[in-house]
Each structure stands twice: as structure tokens, then as C-alpha cells.
Design a protein around this ligand. Structure first.
Ligand code: AMP
Ligand code: MG
Length: 520
């Protein structure tokens, strides 16, 4: 296994001088050196062919003993110096102080085909940032992170990626629903990858500690390394940097809304400075279209991170990032103006995204009403989001009366679509058909465009859970099946129609399917 290792982060930025692996507050340093803990009996369950290629590795490499040892914490690559990153964050709206990589360890950075990848093990043991936790990850959450990050990539959503998924052979104690029923589960490690794992909280920690020197060092490094097109760091470039982070974060969240992805824990330590979807924990996919839905039971009281609030939360998080960057800019107005623009851009980009979902590519009067009306009726009728938009592409300009019939398979309780509700749907379809007639595209052209925008297959919560249940019993076939399926989420895959179905009733209230916690 030959990797072109080009470490930058741990060469350019200040390290914690203390090399002991003890829990502590780490100041004036961006990371602490720490090696992964050895694992008892590692077994590689899966590796991503696409990600192997990105790193210049082959499928053969992934079968080698060195791959297994390196990506399960039992061997270090020559001349590498693994480390855990220091960051802070606002958790559920409150400043939580230092958090840091409590169970993630960066092995090294690799350069291939002009791309830079940091390789990070998640679940590889305690670090100085583990606080009171064990530094480990369990199989269920590792399967969820592994499958979802690759699925998001194939959906065209900016995301961290995953290279490998392995069992450690160690048992891990977890209380899944935090109700006093702790039990042992299988431990696992995912090797995840990204150009950088820096988060908003990586900058916040230094601002909170009034450590302007380290803050500036980190900002300059981030710009030089990841935003070099903005120019040599200066006050104006810092402002442009914030502007681009805001734009990228907006683009990311619009994608989430488009595909029905709910992150679940949008704390500022879980927002990437590169605008990547990061930290797949209690995330979920909308089944019934519902702006108020969150999969995270830990957040069931306030539903701060519900589907409909995600763009607003990105804005809130950007506001915190602006505060963190302020010490090097020392002027609030340009940051405030970017935050204000974000809100306007969000409104227009959201509308344009929803119009594309409906197959409306021209701009006409009344489009916004058509979008808001359908959102409102969709919420009154329990309707499967993915199936609805996919079936909608099959409605033709001549289908005036039949539109409703064509999408009714997306309803969870078709018999409840009666009286007023039915009339609302019929009225909406009349308006929709009239509007479709103003589109220049043929039905077939429109269908092709819509189907490239509205996925047919997403990682429904119950699908991941089926793969987890089988894997718990030692059968890993479904991990491969779902991995292959989700490589082509927009394609019709005739032999895979069984995954184009509504959530089965058994999954409605099942832990892991509709209820997830931060315990992972
Ligand atoms: P999260 O909200 O899951 O991204 O995690 C918040 C913080 O808790 C981060 O600093 C994590 O590294 C840390 N953390 C989560 N789970 C564990 C664990 N099992 N052991 C150590 N630290 C953890
Ligand atoms: Mg996190």
C-alpha cells in the first residue's frame, strides 16, 4: 500500500506540547499528538472503491494486512504523527467550551491527483478531548456514517467521505436511549476522509479564549491551504473568506432540503469550514414530508434541529463564526451584511430548488404560491417525500384529472385523502397542470431533468437499520447491497424496486428507524 503522504496541518500549526494522553484543557494549540489505541481482533467489513481510487489505492491494497492494521489502529504509516484536533462549540444553542476530537484521530494527509485528503479514524480510542467518554464507536453508528457519507457523495451533496468500515473486536458499553439500560455492543472504526476536518468550532475556541495569535494563525492557514484563490490573507480576504464559507454552507443546506436529509445535531462543532456535511450521528431522512421532523430524540423537546429549521440554524451558526472571526477583522458591518445577504439568498435559492423539484424551470408569476401551497398540503397529508417527487415527474401536461392518481402511492394513508383535503389536492393539480403548460420542455425532457434532481433511492432510516441488524448477527451482505444501490441514487434500478417503497409500519416507532439518540 503506497500513499503519497503530505502532512500539512500538523507541520504548519502549533501543537500541544504535552504528549501524554490525558484529559485536559489544551490552550494555544490546534491539536494534540495521540496514537490510535490498538484493537483486539479487527475485521474489515467494507471499503469504498471510489475513495480508494481517490487516494491512489486499489481494491487489492484494501485486501492487504497493512491496510487492515493501519485503518483499525494497529499500525502507523511510516513517518506519520497522528493527532486529535482541538475545537469548541455551541451545543444546542449554548457555548460548551472545549470539545475537540474525543474519538477521532487524524492519521495523516494524502495528496493524489491534485487533491488533498486528511485520513481520520473515528472510534480509535481516547484522546485528550474525550472528556468522560470512552473514545470508541459502535457498529450501528459506524455503518450509518459509512453508508451515508458515500451515499451523500453520490447524491451530489458536499460531504466528508468514508474509506473503510471495520470491526475492532472490542466490546463497547452503550445506553442507547439513555434510560438506564446499558448493554455491550460491537465496536467499530470508520476511516473517514476530507480535505479538512476543521469546523466552525475550531475557530470559536480561540476567539472564546481571547487567543488572537492562534486564531489568526489558524485563519491564515485555512485561507492559504483551502481558500488560496481568495489571495494573500488580509482584512479584505478575511471578509471574503467568511462570505465564501457562508455561500458554501448555504449550498450544502439547500442540498439537504432538496433530498430530505436531516442532520440532527447541527452544533457549531459539527459545521465544516469547507461547507461539507460532517459528523453523521442521529441523522435521518424525511419519509413523511414534515418540516417539524427530527430523528434525534435528544432534541425532541425543542426540535431545534428539525428539517424545516436547518437553513435558519446554518445562519445562526454562521453568526457564531462571524463572532469568532471578528477579532482579526475588527469591523462588524461587512460580516453583518454577509449574514443579511445569506437570508435573501436562502429565500431565492430555496424557491428555485423547490421549483426544480416540481419540474418548473422557467420563472412565472405565481410560482412561489404553487410551491408554498404544495408544501402546506404535503404536510396535511402524510406523504412520502422521495416517492412523491419521483412520481410527480411521471405526470404529463395532459394529465389534468389524473395527476392526483399518479402520485397517490406516496400517501401513507390514501383513504384519509377525502373531502376538503382531496379538494385541496385537486385544486393544486389544476394549477400545477396549467403551469406545466407554460414550460418549454416536453414531458419526457422534463421527466429526465426532474429525475436527475429528485433521487429515487436514499438511505431510509429503516434500510440502514436492516443492514445493522444483519451485521449484528454477522451478515454483512446488506452493507454491500445498500452501498451499490446508493451509488446510483437517481437511476431507475429495476431489480432494486424493493427499496422504492414507503417506510414499513414496523419502522414507524422503532429505535434506530424513527428514533435516534446521540449515543453512538
Ligand atoms: P458529536 O455531537 O457527536 O459530534 O460530539 C460532541 C463531542 O463529543 C465531540 O467533541 C466528540 O468528539 C465527543 N464524543 C462523542 N462521542 C464520544 C465518545 N464515545 N468518546 C469520546 N468523545 C466523544
Ligand atoms: Mg461532532
Amino acid at each position: 500500500m503506497i500513499l503519497n503522504i503530505q502532512d500539512k496541518f500538523n507541520k504548519a500549526l502549533p501543537a500541544d506540547p504535552n504528549k501524554n494522553n490525558t484529559i485536559r484543557q489544551v490552550t494555544a494549540s490546534c491539536y494534540s499528538y495521540v496514537s490510535p489505541s490498538p484493537t483486539a481482533n479487527p475485521l474489515l467489513l467494507h471499503s469504498s472503491t471510489e475513495m480508494l481510487n481517490e487516494l491512489g489505492l486499489s481494491a487489492e491494497d484494501a485486501k492487504g494486512s497493512s491496510f487492515l492494521k493501519v485503518f483499525t489502529g494497529n499500525e502507523l504509516l511510516p513517518d506519520t504523527h497522528p493527532y486529535a484536533m482541538c475545537y469548541g462549540g455551541h451545543q444546542f444553542g449554548h457555548w460548551a467550551g472545549q470539545l475537540g476530537d474525543g474519538r477521532a484521530i487524524n492519521l495523516c494527509e494524502v495528496e493524489h491527483n491534485n487533491k488533498n485528503w486528511a485520513l481520520q479514524l473515528k472510534g480509535a480510542g481516547r484522546t485528550p478531548y474525550s472528556r468522560s467518554a470512552d473514545g470508541l464507536a459502535v457498529l450501528r453508528s459506524s455503518i450509518r456514517e459509512y453508508l451515508c457519507s458515500e451515499a451523500m457523495y453520490h447524491l451530489g451533496v458536499p460531504t466528508t467521505r468514508a474509506l473503510s468500515l471495520a470491526l475492532t473486536g472490542n466490546d463497547v458499553l452503550r445506553d442507547v436511549m439513555y434510560d438506564g439500560n446499558a448493554a455491550y455492543e460491537k465496536g467499530a472504526i470508520v476511516c473517514r476522509t476530507a480535505a479538512s476536518f476543521l469546523r466552525f468550532g475550531s475557530f470559536q475556541i480561540f476567539a472564546a479564549r481571547q487567543d488572537k495569535k492562534t486564531l489568526k494563525t489558524l485563519i491564515d492557514y485555512t485561507i492559504n491551504k483551502h481558500y488560496s484563490h481568495l489571495g494573500v490573507p488580509s482584512k479584505d480576504v478575511y471578509i471574503d473568506f467568511f462570505k465564501e464559507v457562508a455561500q458554501r454552507s448555504l449550498e450544502m443546506v439547500i442540498h439537504w432540503q432538496r433530498i430530505g436529509f436531516v442532520h440532527g445535531v447541527m452544533n457549531t462543532d459539527n459545521l465544516s469550514i469547507l461547507g461539507l456535511t460532517i459528523d453523521y450521528g442521529p441523522y435521518g431522512w424525511l419519509e413523511g414530508y414534515d418540516h417539524g421532523w427530527t430523528p434525534n430524540t435528544t432534541d425532541s423537546g425543542h426540535k431545534r434541529y428539525r428539517y424545516g429549521a436547518q437553513p435558519e440554524i446554518v445562519h445562526w451558526n454562521l453568526y457564531q463564526l462571524a463572532n469568532a472571526l471578528y477579532p482579526v477583522i475588527e469591523e462588524a458591518a461587512p460580516l453583518e451584511s454577509i449574514l443579511k445577504t445569506f437570508v435573501e439568498q436562502y429565500k431565492s435559492q430555496y424557491l428555485s430548488m423547490m421549483k426544480s423539484k416540481l419540474g418548473l424551470f422557467e420563472d412565472k408569476d405565481g410560482d412561489a404560491k404553487l410551491v408554498y401551497d404544495v408544501e402546506s398540503i404535503l404536510q396535511d397529508t402524510e406523504t412520502d417525500m422521495t416517492i412523491f417527487f419521483r412520481l410527480l415527474s411521471g405526470v404529463t401536461k395532459e394529465d389534468k384529472e389524473k395527476g392526483l392518481n399518479k402520485i397517490s402511492d406516496a400517501f401513507y394513508a390514501p383513504s384519509e385523502v377525502q373531502n376538503t383535503l382531496k379538494s385541496k389536492w385537486e385544486e393544486w393539480f389544476i394549477a400545477y397542470h396549467n403551469r406545466l403548460k407554460q414550460e418549454p420542455f416536453t414531458d419526457t425532457q422534463r421527466q429526465t431533468k426532474m429525475n436527475a434532481f429528485n433521487p429515487k433511492y436514499v438511505l431510509r432510516n429503516y434500510m440502514a437499520q436492516l443492514a445493522i441488524d444483519a451485521a449484528d448477527k454477522g451478515n454483512y451482505d446488506m452493507i454491500e447491497e445498500l452501498y451499490q444501490l446508493l451509488k446510483k441514487p437517481y437511476d431507475e434500478q429495476k431489480e432494486q424496486e424493493k427499496w422504492f417503497v414507503k417506510r414499513p409500519e414496523w419502522a414507524r416507532h422503532k429505535v434506530g428507524c424513527s428514533m435516534l439518540s446521540c449515543s453512538s
